[in-house]
Unconditional design. Sequence first.
Lengths: 351, 351
Amino acid sequence: MTQDDKAIGRRVTLEEVARMAGVSRGTGSRVVNGSPKVSPDARRAVEEAIARLGYVPNRAARSLVTRRSDSIGVVFPVPTARFFGDPFFLLFLNGIGTALALRGLQLVLLMPQSGEEEQRLERYVAAGHIDGVVLTALHGDDPLPERLAARGVPVVVNGRPPRGAQASYVDADSRGGAASATAHLLAQGRRKVATISGSLDMPAALDRLLGFRDALEAAGLPIDPSFEEVGDFSQEGAARAMHLLLERQPDLDGVFVASDSMAVMALGVLQSAGRRVPDDVAVVGFDDQPIAGTTRPPLSSVRHPIEAMSREMVRLLLHSIDARDRLPRQVMFPTELVVRESSGGLPVKRS
Amino acid sequence: MTQDDKAIGRRVTLEEVARMAGVSRGTGSRVVNGSPKVSPDARRAVEEAIARLGYVPNRAARSLVTRRSDSIGVVFPVPTARFFGDPFFLLFLNGIGTALALRGLQLVLLMPQSGEEEQRLERYVAAGHIDGVVLTALHGDDPLPERLAARGVPVVVNGRPPRGAQASYVDADSRGGAASATAHLLAQGRRKVATISGSLDMPAALDRLLGFRDALEAAGLPIDPSFEEVGDFSQEGAARAMHLLLERQPDLDGVFVASDSMAVMALGVLQSAGRRVPDDVAVVGFDDQPIAGTTRPPLSSVRHPIEAMSREMVRLLLHSIDARDRLPRQVMFPTELVVRESSGGLPVKRS
DNA sequence: TTGTAGGCGTTATCAC
DNA sequence: GTGATAACGCCTACAA
């Protein structure tokens, strides 16, 4: 019976729950929504009926009156295709998804493939089908955050938004992390240190390059463009970049790579070119993804807390939704260099 | 003014559209939903009003009456964490997302992290918050497809579902692809051919292993377990597996790897172990992902049409939703061996 | 072809 | 604390 009640299609409504509990729909609603103004008796009766009938509130009906969709959008602008080799996105998605699920919110994935689709997305979101939006992997000229914000849609960006747009964002201290990675290489006595960067129209990529230069400058070394190559955050790009660097600077002795997935490729290219790592060339990556601990040799890398950052993004977004204020807020997370064998440094206890 | 109309928050309803167009709400609705029973005049007037006001239908209101959510769920059971290095998932997600967007449907991403969350997911979906579900990356003992189907939720599975569950699914001919990859290695004169497989509780992984054995048997060669190692579909696992294989069979001369992302690692391990590819060891991967064309040497691989498959999954799912039948349907896509340098075969024109 | 009106399942605003 | 009752925005017979 309980069986049957829960079975196929039998949509059970609050009305039925209330009837079974011997109360009114109103009281039923109050129980469901955790209102304090309900007598213990009524609450118990309703809860029991809910369990018995397997009642789950109808989202559409609720949305209609609350004017909330209880779902938030995550936007990947998909010329992002090149990132498909990068686990970052799934880790990120996973972090956001978990944080949302905890609050009973839905994650709607939006992957506009073109400018046209991006416009449709904009109208769609502006129409109120989504309570707020998380943006990531933005490129330099993407007007999306500003446009959405202008339409009154709560927005939180992953990473400093391009063009200094006024938006809430959560970022990791990429520049500082890159600088400490590079400084670490220099501290090992490396003097011909190169870098493979991401797409420079992405703030995170740019920051990592700037951090690299910061460290060189701090050490009194010159900035030499022939030691810099764009890897584009793709594995293909990384391989190409590593080859180019080796060609131009055959005796380079250190490389800072702007992502672990690129670093893995760089490692491979170095090794097939006969370089020993770290003996001939020391390598440091960025992201400290699981794979870093398992390459040969294990990869030193800059860690940034993806989980914590995605949680914070959700927190900011929900706050912005609740408070109905649109004051942009920024949160910066520190990064941390994790030293392993690839950089020739003393491996720290953390594996 | 048109400006203002579209501005922040001004939710415009069908009522207003109708008023502006000088028709009734009913007629407005008909236009919006493309009913044929509307005079050209009325249609034009309504469409103009819609454009002027920037009207977008309220999904919640529509859902409430149509009893459809117009959103479908994509489920990644997330012990899938180990796949995070595999671009397959984003390509897949992208394929599904595109197919859905084309039809104005929403992609709701569901990533249950535990058995408990999976149960919540089940209740949630059964409550009708989602019109249908796409499942992927299932492991052998996952009861989810059956349970959802039992609750009357339209389901389509990516890959043959475990335990022979009665569900609609779309699959690639993994076994055939694996067999032809292996046969290709044998045709190059390789005789000590090993394989790195995925998690064997996943049908796709098992099929690839079986295909590998098929080819050996067909060539009259013995099946030797010491030439088989589980790589788990993770890059870490692949590296470990390759090391183990080399240890056990130092003179192996060919490897069939069950995914490209694992193959990339295998390539690296082989090369740092001093093996030349393909001279000493020929390698074939599976998936034919972008990276395959850019490794050194370029990786031969088995291609399966992710895009086409995800489109087909959406098609099947929508059909199942519309037709309200629950007859399981299966669609199998062929695979195709793409020969590049890593296997020592004659590279085919396709790069 | 068009307009009218009932109802989808909730929440919120009232009196009580 | 509780119970009516009016929205919420839309679709869809039904009538005209």
